[in-house]
Write a protein that binds this ligand. Structure first.
Ligand code: ZN
Length: 98
């Protein structure tokens, strides 16, 4: 497969520094490389290769909301951030990541 994220998940490309914070059946979460975002910038990646929510299956969708609650709560607790922003841009890597 020619997908950067799939290659990372399969170990063909090095895992993110520090590894995955969460390595679940449906979703993986890692911290962004330090040159890609400030401290607290997390990347949520679908474990399975798909582009967006239109292609997600019911189990993936059911887990996404509770996962966001967990992440938002942890980020606010740890960083004391007042606002958490989520951005989904899929131009360069057509594999779901937020
Ligand atoms: Zn992929």
């Amino acid at each position: 497969m020619n997908c950067f994220l799939c290659q990372k998940h399969e170990g063909i490309i090095a895992p993110p520094p520090g590894g995955y914070i969460l390595d679940g059946e449906y979703w993986k979460i890692c911290h962004a490389p330090v040159d890609r975002g400030p401290l607290g910038t997390l990347i949520i990646e679908s474990s399975r290769h798909f582009l967006d929510f239109a292609q997600a299956n019911p189990d993936e969708l059911a887990e996404y909301g509770p996962l966001l609650k967990q992440i938002y709560t942890a980020l606010k607790t740890i960083t004391k951030a007042e606002r958490i922003y989520q951005l989904i841009i899929l131009e360069s890597v057509p594999h779901f990541h937020a």
